[in-house]
Write a protein that binds this ligand. Structure first.
Ligand SMILES: [Zn+2]
Length: 362
């Protein structure tokens, strides 16, 4: 089974040209005012399809190869939580149709169906396992029906849930990319071995591309990727970190804490996650560096998750040696009125630049 492009996607993994994954729709739609932080359900797909299409377009212009149908947290458990299960099928179908429409303008892109953590998994709970299987089956049924080229399954914290996803995806016969969420412990929630060992198990369960996504920013994702590629051939490894500046002391975006955070009363516990993370957003250059580092490890499915914007993806594409459509407007400081070097610039502004820029400017 699969579309004409399903095989092309698998062939691409064998090339020297990594697939660039554009993600982070949930956070970006929330930031723009089309989705509520907390329940995080992508009703925007039905309410403002043109806004979703616009973000797909921005990501594709920035060099993303994957147009990811926005069904993250568009599953039955989430729609039940907000009392709108009747929207489940329309939302899942419409999300793929929007992605397909955008692909008409970017014919080289792949359209991916999307499933994710259900938040139902509990080791040893057979009823929960059956429910999860049902959730994945119905979502993938609609995605396949609407003609996706591959499936991306994201942000799974449990090996058990990943194996269920692998089994369901194998039945529909499309390529599957599966990302695990690696929390502060550095491990999955139901597996004592390393993340690389877990990925090997998932890969052996028939998953085409396996790795880690979300929760970790580039600095703390890279060591995870290094461990995974010691267990799984790198061309079958994926990594799409969050675009937040995590560190050894604060390895995940949930752990990020701003000691000077103003207004700590707005989020439970006075923490920054998930709606006060703005001071920690990575620069485009950090994300670009990560793309190059992952590619140098041989990883062939690279991208961005929560917090990622088009400018991050463009830097990642450029770090991979590409010049996507949006590179037309990549920074060029030579003509900046004060920082530039162009001779047409006014000397009095250039002379004043040491007063504008950091103390190290000379
Ligand atoms: Zn994420």
């Amino acid at each position: 089974m699969g579309t004409e492009k399903s095989q092309a996607f698998l062939d691409r993994l064998n090339s020297d040209d990594p697939v660039l994954h554009g993600g982070g729709y949930l956070f970006e739609m929330e930031r723009r005012g089309y989705l509520q932080a907390g329940a995080y359900v992508p009703e925007v797909v039905l309410e403002f399809p043109e806004v979703v299409a616009q973000l797909h377009t921005e990501f594709a212009r920035a060099g993303a190869d994957i147009i990811l149908a926005f069904t993250y947290y568009g599953h039955r458990e989430k729609l039940r939580l907000i009392g709108k299960e009747d929207l489940l099928e329309p939302l899942n179908r419409e999300a793929v149709r929007i992605a397909q429409r955008v692909r008409e303008r970017f014919p080289d892109c792949f359209v991916a169906g999307n499933i994710c953590n259900t938040n139902l998994y509990e080791p040893g709970n057979a009823a929960a396992e059956a429910e999860i299987r049902g959730i994945f089956t119905e979502q993938l049924g609609w995605a396949v029906d609407e003609g996706v080229d591959l499936i991306v399954c994201e942000t799974l914290s449990f090996l058990g849930e990943a194996v269920i996803a692998a089994e369901v995806a194998r039945e529909v016969g499309l390529p599957l990319v599966l990302g695990m969420a690696v929390h502060q412990s550095g491990k999955l929630r139901d597996f004592d071995g390393s993340i690389g060992e877990a990925c090997k198990i998932v890969r052996d369960a028939g998953v085409d591309v396996v790795g880690a996504n979300c929760h970790r920013g580039p600095a703390t994702m890279l060591p995870v990727v290094e461990e995974i590629v010691s267990q799984v051939p790198p061309k079958h490894v994926c990594s799409f970190p969050v675009a937040y500046r995590t560190s050894e002391a604060m390895p995940t975006f949930g752990a990020l804490q701003d000691p000077d955070m103003p207004c700590p009363e707005h989020l439970p516990g006075g923490i920054s996650f998930p709606a006060g993370l703005d001071p920690f957003v990575c620069t485009r250059y950090e994300m670009g560096r990560f793309a190059k580092q992952a590619a140098d490890l041989g990883v062939r499915y690279i991208g961005g998750c929560c917090g990622t914007g088009p400018h991050h993806l463009r830097s990642m594409a450029e770090a991979l040696g590409r010049s996507p459509e949006a590179s037309k407007y990549s920074p060029d400081m030579s003509k900046h009125y004060a920082l530039g070097t162009n001779e047409a610039l006014k000397a009095h502004n250039r002379d004043y630049r040491s007063s504008l820029a950091a103390a190290s400017w000379s």
